[in-house]
Design a protein around this ligand. Structure first.
Ligand SMILES: Nc1nc2c(ncn2[C@@H]2O[C@H](COP(=O)(O)OP(=O)(O)OP(=O)(O)O)[C@@H](O)[C@H]2O)c(=O)[nH]1
Ligand SMILES: [Mg+2]
Length: 335
């Protein structure tokens, strides 16, 4: 449904009568009398309104973030990501950790990025909906630059979804172990018993390569207002932990297509509609992350083919994650 402004009175239109019926001709368009006034020829007054599109989605409105929706931009982003080298030579790939409520789109984000670089739809990570988290293992995914290509310089770490109750979903102690690089790929989460680090291994700190360099909170745009205070508290506790380790954080706001019909119709409306801006501001204040660190995206969920606008947003998000990881590596200094 289109958001409509208040109707405005039409000043310039032609009133004509055909077979004793008043009809209106505006901009060459004939308006049916039955539709207009129910064929009631006893009308004393007739006001004609023109309904205009809300100017917020008109082309003249300045977007609040600039995006080049072009193939050139997509190619440039892909090139930049391919050629990215972590600031620290001891780190070959930066590790990005995705944390978020059940069903927010964490696994889908990895699948979407993998799809962009593979040039076709992929669904390596299981995604979908279930009462509890569909992802039950800690997964560290590399993304290849095409079928025969080399692995790209980042690892996307997928986790089990957060739940509001304690003892359910991803545990904060598990997050702490992941951040410090102690949890191996394919570790099966147990919500009632946190990860027990190997005595020998945990006695020495993990290498910088194994640690997390950027944390991404994946939040469903349609559920921000519905977020319970318990879940908000859990996220605040996680944020405190991440802060103490000095790891940069950002928010990936998913499902913008479901949240806003204008965006569903055309993804290029994302930084034009005021609705998405409101959601970005809301998630920023609920999670305590600056607005500039909130990136709205649409994951691939039902498409069979890649779509340029979708790719541009997804790649922009990855580029931002790489920048943040670099900030972290820059901050920890040479080892
Ligand atoms: N329309 C739309 N659907 C999405 C988007 N992102 C994810 N989905 C759908 O949301 C559902 C959940 O996505 P997942 O990727 O499994 O979510 P998750 O965060 O990994 O969930 P858990 O592993 O269960 O915690 C799937 O049906 C996806 O297709 C999006 O941006 N837009
Ligand atoms: Mg998942």
């Amino acid at each position: 449904m289109m958001m409509l402004e208040h109707p405005t009175l039409v000043n310039s239109c032609t009133f004509a009568t055909t077979a004793n019926q008043l009809c209106i001709i505006k901009d060459g368009m004939y308006i049916n009398p039955a539709t207009l006034y129910g064929n009631d020829t006893q009308l004393n007054e007739c006001e004609v309104y023109k309904v205009e599109q809300n100017p917020q989605i008109s082309a003249k409105v300045k977007p609040w973030r600039n995006v080049q929706w072009t193939e050139k931009q997509r190619d440039e982003l892909m090139k930049m990501i391919r050629s990215y080298k972590p600031m620290m030579p001891s780190v070959s790939r930066v590790r990005i950790l995705m944390i978020g409520p059940v069903g927010a789109g964490k696994s889908s984000f990895f699948n979407s990025i993998n799809s962009v670089f593979m040039g076709r739809m992929t669904s390596k990570a299981m995604s979908g909906s279930a009462g509890t988290s569909l992802t039950t293992q800690f997964r560290t995914y590399t993304v290849k630059d095409g079928r025969e290509g080399k692995p790209l310089p980042f690892v996307l770490c997928d986790t089990m979804g957060l739940e509001e109750q304690s003892g359910a979903g991803l545990d904060i102690d598990d997050i702490s172990s992941i951040l410090q690089g102690h949890v191996p790929d394919r570790y099966k989460f147990n919500p009632t018993t946190p990860f027990q680090p190997d005595e020998q291994k945990s006695s020495r700190p993990a290498s910088l390569q194994e640690k997390i360099h950027c944390v991404v909170y994946v939040i469903d745009a349609t559920k921000i207002s519905l977020m319970s205070s318990k879940l908000e508290e859990k996220l605040a506790a996680i944020r405190r932990k991440v802060n103490t380790l000095g790891i940069p954080q950002m928010v990936l706001m998913t499902k913008v297509d479901e949240a806003c019909p204008d965006v569903e119709e055309d993804l290029q409306n994302i930084y034009i509609t005021s609705y998405i801006k409101t959601k970005v501001q809301e998630v920023s204040s609920r999670l305590g992350v600056p607005v500039s660190c909130v990136l709205p995206v649409k994951n691939y969920s039902q498409e069979l083919e890649l779509e340029l606008n979708c790719d541009v947003l997804l790649l922009t998000a990855i580029q931002q994650m790489l920048n943040f990881a670099d900030d972290y590596l820059d901050d920890v200094g040479p080892f």
